[in-house]
Design a binder for this molecule. Structure first.
Ligand code: BG6
Length: 290
């Protein structure tokens, strides 16, 4: 199902047989909504978000590519989230082992002449957004070097989870890992043995994590499971009170209801030789917790 938003941008709606849904915009290839079978929204979108390209929407799952943050000469988080992607009308089929009740769409981004001026590397980025029968959401990125020279990139699925109260949220799976703290000049620290909880601004890149991270929301009694492949790092971001006030498209109190936990490849950029392709996959699911 394809519909235009009020700025004329195409959005694709995928629905599972049980009623879960995902909405993805061609602007940025950004997932803007992910709902359970009961119609409950799982992703945060700011009430102050602007939906006017080229600015990425504050919320959902913007894709940071080919740069994360300001670690390079490109615009913050790279250009992919600001670009118009196209639908591949004839996508390759799902792998037979992976096709069980899945509905999907493939979006493509190729380097434009303008991109080549600022990042002179020919690439093709295929983003597959797949919704399974059980409502889990899989984002698979295939990035190919169509150039005659190698290039390197970073990537993050900047996932804004909707949470009831950030003070009641716990993240498991990052214990004892090293992280780079963006609030301390990317200095390297080591996480303690406890689950991560939140009482002030957090802006970190956890390094080489295991492939499953859990976000527990006590008040909502639900747990997000993040499974990832090819994405060693995990960004954890909450702007908290002061930073929120400085972000124009985020309400002053909205930090309480969001938490970004991104599957990412940042510390060690990925290098592709000519003709080579890289695949990274993120699978998000939600389960009730008692
Ligand atoms: C995070 C970065 O991932 O994204 C933060 O680590 C940044 O430093 C945040 O503030 C939001 O970025 P943006 O460009 O979407 O406002």
């Amino acid at each position: 199902e394809i519909a235009k938003d009020k700025n004329g941008v195409d959005q694709v709606l995928l629905r599972s047989l049980r009623g879960a849904s995902v909405r993805v915009s061609l602007h940025g290839g950004q997932v803007l909504s992910w709902k359970t079978d009961h119609g409950e929204e799982l992703l945060f979108i700011s009430s102050k978000a602007t939906f006017k390209p080229p600015t990425a929407v504050r919320g959902g799952i913007p894709i940071c590519f080919p740069q994360f943050g300001n670690r390079g000469s490109l615009e913050q988080h790279g250009f992919a989230r600001n670009k118009m992607w196209v639908i591949d009308d004839n996508p390759p089929p799902l792998h037979p082992n992976d096709s069980n009740g899945k509905t999907y769409i493939d979006l493509l981004l190729k380097s434009s002449d303008d991109d080549l001026k600022i990042w002179p590397h020919g690439f093709e980025f295929r983003l597959r957004v797949a919704l399974a029968f059980d409502g889990s959401l899989t984002l698979t990125s295939r990035i190919r070097n169509v150039n005659c020279k190698p290039f390197s990139f970073s990537i993050a699925y900047h996932t804004y989870f909707s949470v009831s109260d950030i003070s009641e949220v716990r993240v498991e799976g990052l214990e004892t890992l090293d992280y780079l703290d963006n609030l301390c000049n990317r200095e390297r620290f080591t996480e303690q043995g406890d689950a991560l909880t939140f009482e002030s601004e957090v802006d970190r890149v956890y390094l080489s994590s295991s492939d499953v991270i859990a976000v527990f929301d006590h008040e909502k009694k639900r747990t997000f499971l993040i499974k990832k492949e090819g994405l060693p790092d995990v960004v954890v971001w909450n702007p908290w009170e002061k930073k929120s006030k400085a972000i124009a498209d985020l309400g002053d109190e909205e930090y309480k209801h969001m938490l970004c936990v991104d599957g990412a490849a940042i510390e060690k950029p990925i290098t592709l030789k000519p003709g080579e392709e890289w695949t990274g996959r993120l699978e998000l699911s939600v389960t009730p917790t008692s």
